[in-house]
Design a protein around this ligand. Structure first.
Ligand SMILES: Nc1ncnc2c1ncn2[C@@H]1O[C@H](COP(=O)(O)OP(=O)(O)OP(=O)(O)O)[C@@H](O)[C@H]1O
Ligand SMILES: [Mg+2]
Length: 247
């Protein structure tokens, strides 16, 4: 399998890192071995969510610069077997080129069922590097115009990079807020604007935010985790309907 998936959004704060972690946990729970790579250079965050911040000696920039072997920059989650992290550098000083990063990922991916890459917001060079090794992409958007504008930009960029397997994740969805906002007739219109097929509709669920403070250990059952289980199955190729449990 060895699939490499980049998670992107254009606009910041749509929930990319949250989707990366929750999807990875769901894949691990389905007996997959997952490497998460934090490519948000200078804004590292996944180490906190995986409770490994104290362990990190080397990051992906060290691995590409030869300061360590690639495997030495991979850290196992304390809470879940089969979940591994390569952290982003703390500072954004050392820009990693797409070619060098692709080479690193092509070496690492042999040892995992999935490599999930968290990308920085925007369509700049950091995103180009994050997307460079990807076989497929998830665009994370919220159902509002500013976020969708970012989703369209990022989809076009991904298409430029010849990534054709692109799916949409609508995150932090609340029917009540969506109706109040009254920007779109229905979710079909949101999907049409984004121009990518929907693979998951994740409800607004504050329990998901617990992973920010408590790490994956704090991720108990919630409506959103059920949706991530369904997303993981769909990523695995199971032909199952979209799950949505929310308001
Ligand atoms: N489904 C959800 N329900 C409720 N809150 C959510 C959900 N998804 C994400 N959040 C919250 O939204 C905020 C932004 O999430 P996150 O950091 O994952 O976004 P991001 O796209 O990675 O941001 P950045 O562009 O800064 O990297 C966080 O506080 C997170 O807990
Ligand atoms: Mg993030």
């Amino acid at each position: 399998m060895n699939d490499v998936i980049v998670v992107a959004s254009g606009k910041g704060g749509t929930g990319k890192s949250t989707v990366c972690v929750c999807l990875s946990v769901a894949l691990v729970n389905q007996n997959k071995k997952v490497l998460l790579i934090d490519c948000d250079c200078g804004m590292r965050g996944l180490d906190l969510m995986l409770d490994v911040e104290e362990d990190i000696l080397f990051d992906c920039s060290d691995a590409v610069c030869g300061n360590c072997k690639p495997k030495e920059a991979v850290y196992k989650s304390k809470n879940l077997d089969n979940l591994y992290l390569m952290a982003a550098p703390f500072d954004a000083d050392n820009e990693i080129s797409p070619a060098v990063f692709s080479e690193l990922v092509s070496q690492l991916k042999k040892s995992y069922d999935y490599v999930i890459i968290d990308s920085p917001a925007g369509v700049g060079s950091g995103f180009a590097t994050a997307a460079s090794p990807a076989d497929r992409a998830l665009i994370v958007t919220n159902a509002e115009p500013t976020s969708l504008r970012g989703a369209v930009k990022i989809r076009k960029k991904l298409e430029e990079y010849n990534i054709s397997n692109i799916r949409l994740v609508i995150n932090r969805f609340s029917r009540e807020q969506f109706d109040k906002l009254n920007c779109y007739n229905d979710l079909d219109e949101v999907i049409d604007v984004a121009g990518a097929r929907l693979i998951a509709l994740v409800p607004f669920d504050t329990r998901v935010s617990a992973i920010m403070q408590k790490g994956v250990a704090g991720l108990n059952w919630s409506p959103a985790t059920t949706v991530f289980d369904c997303l993981a199955r769909r990523i695995n190729g199971d032909n199952i309907p979209l799950a949505y449990i929310g308001d």
